[in-house]
Design a protein around this ligand. Structure first.
Ligand SMILES: O=C(O)C1=C[C@@H](OP(=O)(O)O)[C@@H](O)[C@H](O)C1
Ligand SMILES: C=C(OP(=O)(O)O)C(=O)O
Length: 454
């Protein structure tokens, strides 16, 4: 029996300061590089959620020690071994980052996961591993489950890669490449989505002392040692999206603390995208990002190819906007946790919008709003999108909201903290927050501090 969440209806202005847990993408990269490094590394404030716990579990299964030290993870590399079966859950990061590591193990490693993981595209990675000298049994499917027959070493060298369905295919190969005999000289056969995530991989590798260069058609990673590195994981800026969106929907304001000055996270583009939708966006003196809504939401016409994972929340905002939106460059979202273009079409249509699917995106025209019972599609970001819709539309329910544990296990508590209520309860704030006034902060539940309403 899946449970059903009544998303809180809260048209009154929010006024909150939010502290978010670590980035999923940075935690995954830090874990993999620490596992392949020359000595032990400490991860400070890693994300503890289903995806990153699965990554830690997969590395442990291969022989890496990942110990908890308070909220930190201490990672101590060891000889990589098989035979082992790894549970990737629904995590694209485990599906695409783990197999190149598994190729360095001295025995077979089988990768499997949730039913939907078995549908997520991975042919580009499997073909590339084979071209680099690794035997992979996938029954010709190009998807999980598959077995990487590790022999303890990988030839490496030049390879042409089809990463049109996921940037994670490139990232996975680059992350392990310094441990391959010939490194890797990776050329793309076509386009790649989510390029900032590849740049995140390159930056993270360089921080570990790996020699990475860009080439005409891709990237070259030289064989060499991977330095151990203690690092603090930045907050997850993609998971900031629903909290910042709440400011637009309610005409209130939300501040996310510790917004990095410089970052490779694509979520940093929220300042530009939310400004385009009419928000006032500013850095606070304390290093946060503050978004204030003006009471109406402008439509968005944008290519989201670089920031695909922001699409569900942005699309929810588009359904509440004062004009039609057009989101493009996101064909690859059909291979995400669910077919997100289809899921968003269904959800936004259910709450009254008119939606047209494009080959690479969505057109969304707001319509008369209506309550609806929505599905989570086992997708954390669809739960967050439904939460945003629920602020403006009374009676939004979400079946199987536990999907949100993929990257933010206590999302509902945090959401309730944002609204000053309790998970799943409706509670509205009587007065409108005075915009622009500095928030006096007091501790509230779920990592959210609530500014006093003046
Ligand atoms: O490398 C990463 O950490 C990610 C890359 C992107 O994948 P795709 O390129 O498959 O969209 C992104 O959507 C995903 O959430 C995280
Ligand atoms: C696409 C996403 O996840 P994954 O890493 O599983 O691909 C996402 O988090 O939006």
């Amino acid at each position: 029996m899946s449970d059903v969440w009544s998303a809180p209806h809260h048209p009154a202005p929010v006024d909150a300061v939010v502290t978010l847990p670590g980035s999923k993408s940075l935690t995954a990269r830090a874990l993999v590089l620490a596992a392949l490094a020359e000595g032990p590394s400490r991860l400070v404030r890693p994300l503890r959620a289903r995806d990153t716990d699965l990554m830690a579990g997969a590395l442990r299964a291969l022989g890496v020690r990942v110990d908890e030290d308070g909220a930190d993870w201490l990672v101590s590399p060891g000889p990589l071994r098989g035979p082992v079966t790894v549970d990737a859950g629904l995590a694209g990061t485990v599906l695409r980052f783990l197999p190149p590591v598994a190729a360095l193990a001295d025995g077979p490693v089988t990768v499997d996961g949730d039913p939907r993981l078995r549908e997520r595209p991975n042919a580009g990675l499997i073909a590339a591993l084979r071209a680099l000298g690794v035997e992979v049994d996938d029954g010709g499917r190009g998807r999980a489950p598959f077995t990487v027959r590790g022999t303890g070493r990988v030839r490496g060298g030049a390879v042409t890669v089809d990463a049109s369905e996921s940037s994670q295919i490139v990232s996975g190969l680059l992350l392990a490449a310094a441990r391959f005999d010939g490194g890797v000289d990776l050329a793309l056969s076509g386009g790649v989505p989510s390029m900032p995530h590849v740049e995140m991989t390159v930056t993270t590798l360089r921080e570990h002392g790996v020699d990475v260069s860009t080439t005409d058609r891709g990237w070259r990673v030289a064989r060499g040692p991977i330095a151990a590195l203690d690092r603090v994981i930045e907050p997850d800026l993609s998971n900031a999206a629903p909290f910042l969106a709440a400011a637009l929907v309610t005409g209130g304001r939300a501040t996310v603390r510790d917004w990095p000055e410089r970052t490779t996270q694509p979520g940093a583009q929220l300042d530009r995208l939310l400004s385009q939708m009419g928000a006032e966006v500013a850095r606070t003196a304390e290093g946060g990002l503050r978004v204030a809504g003006r009471g109406t939401i402008g439509p968005l016409v944008a290519d989201l190819g670089e920031v695909g994972e922001l699409t569900p929340v942005l699309a929810a905002l588009c359904a509440l906007a004062d004009g039609p939106s057009r989101l493009t460059g996101i064909a690859h979202l059909r291979g995400h946790e669910t077919d997100r273009l289809q899921a968003l079409d269904e959800v936004l249509t259910a709450v009254g919008a008119r939606v047209r699917q494009l080959p690479d995106g969505l057109e969304i025209e707001p319509g008369p709003r209506r309550s609806a019972r929505l599905d989570s599609y086992a997708d954390h970001r669809m739960v967050m999108a439904a939460a945003v819709l629920g602020l403006a539309i009374d009676g939004v329910q979400v079946a199987d909201p536990g999907a949100v544990t993929k990257t933010l296990p206590d999302f509902r508590e945090r959401w309730a903290g944002l609204l000053g209520g309790h998970p799943g309860r409706t509670k509205t704030t009587p007065e409108r927050a005075s915009q622009g006034a500095p928030a006096t902060e007091e501790r509230n539940e779920g990592g959210v501090e609530r500014g006093r309403i003046r």
